[in-house]
Every structure is written in C-alpha cells, then in structure tokens.
Design a protein around this ligand. Structure first.
Ligand code: ZN
Length: 80
C-alpha cells in the first residue's frame, strides 16, 4: 500500500503540473467540478489499485471527498 506521503506528492504534482495552480488556489473536482482546496482534496485513481492501476499522473485525478467515497462504493459493487 502506498503511504500517505505518496498521495501528497501526487496531489502536489496534480496541482502544479496538471492544473498549473499554486497549492493555495482551489482546483475543480474531476467528477463534479466543485472547487476544492488542497487540504480537502483527495487523489482518486481512475483505474483502481485493486485492478492494477498505478500511482502515476496519468491514472490519478483530483476528487472531492464526496466523489471519492462514491467512486469507492461503485468500484466495490462493480457498478462503475
Ligand atoms: Zn466531486
């Protein structure tokens, strides 16, 4: 299992490299487009780790906690 610091590193890269924003500037959730601050944002794996998804920029997006939770539930029930 990746550590929290891996996720934080990915989150920083998403913020700077993908969205081109300072960490103090909110970015939109990938799914619902609500604006999220850095501390509240979660790193969501487009292809879940359980299916071989990797911790790389091409496989992760910024998601709000709500969407991240919903996605986890869908992944577990196979409805996604
Ligand atoms: Zn969202």
């Amino acid at each position: 299992m990746p550590t929290q610091s891996n996720n934080t590193r990915l989150k920083r890269r998403l913020w700077r490299d993908v969205h081109g924003r300072d960490l103090g500037v909110p970015v939109p959730c990938h799914w619902c487009r609500c604006l999220i601050g850095f501390a509240q944002a979660t790193v969501d794996h487009v292809r879940p780790r359980s299916e071989g998804g990797e911790d790389e920029l091409l496989n992760v997006v910024i998601a709000c906690a709500e969407c991240n939770q919903l996605r986890n539930r869908w992944n577990q029930t196979g409805l996604w």
